[in-house]
Design a protein around this ligand. Structure first.
Ligand code: GDP
Length: 210
């Protein structure tokens, strides 16, 4: 997919404040500091569409961007950062869970995992929570320029093994690096495919009504 335009739309403190949209929406989430803002900027070829965080866990806003006038990209707050205020300490804040459960045009969530680390319980808990609520998601293993290919494979295998304790099938997985731009084409192609299939489905149902 060629990114022709990438515009910041607005930031919302909670999902109820976001205008209803019928555009396909893709949201990005992960632990604070996982490299979410860097990935969003890399995907959209912008230097600072998403702000690369100085203070992890600070931003608790839902940031909306419009890509190619065609689909929404959403930057969700990071989860699982310990040094936030007491009321924010719940692993997945209401901002996050409400958005995920209530946003009707949310097509897919990209869950970012730090490829340098062994499986983190909070990430496992999060994907299991998504499973319980039947939310479609894909995994993106970030910062791959910082690990050897052997360690990357081992960490991805360990994450998969951990998931297979409760899941029958594994989700789509990507690897990414904001430095080498690894994963850019693959992730954008994946989004493009979903958008294309949606259009075909919409056309087909329109034809049926006709
Ligand atoms: P966020 O809190 O998840 O939005 O993470 P950021 O995008 O702000 O990144 C956190 C830190 O990791 C920053 O210092 C980034 O420069 C760094 N970082 C993010 N992605 C990559 C990557 O792919 N490779 C490397 N080497 N560093 C990264």
């Amino acid at each position: 997919m060629v990114i022709r335009t990438a515009k910041f739309v607005a930031s919302y403190p909670r999902v109820e404040k976001a205008p209803i949209s019928n555009k396909p929406e893709y949201a990005f989430i992960g632990r604070s500091n996982v490299g979410k803002s860097s990935l969003i900027n890399m995907l959209t070829c912008t230097k600072a569409l998403a702000k690369v965080s100085q203070t992890p866990g600070k931003t608790q806003l839902i940031n909306h961007f419009l890509i190619n006038e065609e689909w929404n990209l959403v930057d969700l707050p990071g989860y699982g950062y310990a040094k936030v205020s007491k009321s924010d300490r719940k692993a997945f804040s209401d901002i996050i869970t409400n958005y995920i459960l209530k946003r009707e045009n949310l097509y897919l969530l990209f869950v970012l995992i730090d490829s340098r680390l062994e499986p983190q319980q909070i990430d496992i808990d999060f994907v299991n929570w998504l499973g319980e609520h039947q939310i479609p998601f894909a995994l993106v293993f970030t910062k791959t320029d910082k690990v050897s290919s052997g360690a990357l494979q081992a960490n991805m295998d360990a994450f998969s093994a951990e998931m297979l304790n409760t899941w029958e099938e594994l989700p789509q997985m990507f690897t990414s690096s904001a430095v080498t731009r690894t994963g850019r084409e693959e992730i954008l192609r994946y989004i493009e495919e979903i958008n294309k299939n949606t259009k075909i489905n919409q056309l087909e149902s329109a034809e049926k009504i006709w």
